[in-house]
Unconditional design. Sequence first.
Length: 202
Amino acid sequence: MTVKANEKLFVASGDLSDVVLNWYGDSIDKLDIYAESYRSAAQALVERLTDDQLRDIGACPVVFLYRVSLELFLKAILISGAKLLQQHGEPLEIEGILNKDHNLSELWNELKRLYQKLGWKWDAEVDVFGRLVREFQHKDPKASYFRYPVKKDGEAALDRNFSFELRNFCERMETLLEFLDGMECGLAGLLDEKQEALLDCY
């Protein structure tokens, strides 16, 4: 196959097969949808590829997709929480949440603060999830160690002979993401209730 000089990658055909992005609502409200999309892609890889294909370097795309999903779920929850708190007089600080970059531990700490502000109970189960989040942050602090074999200084990204059981990793991640997804849905529901209550006042 040859490529012509004027060919492009992103070309709309006008057919139903076209991908359409950013077509409704505020983009900031799509973090959870993106999170679920990355999660679904990781699930599809694990379901469709053989153990040989998922061994060694073949596991890296799965881990990376799960990490992106985790980060986006955390940011989605924090933004929904910030919007809820805004209705109680607190300033809306979305930029501060987005500027946490890829730091999962910082996002988790913000989640703990959100729990306190909302008066929610932070129990032992939540602490277990926090340990998983911090472990992921420790192993992949820049969200790049499963994308590249080396750091920017040329040193190995991961310890020599770094090993783990992929399906165990996926099971733990699914449990964590299910918990976060439920939390995000709960916050979205509370926001909807508040909006409806405000509309009823008019």
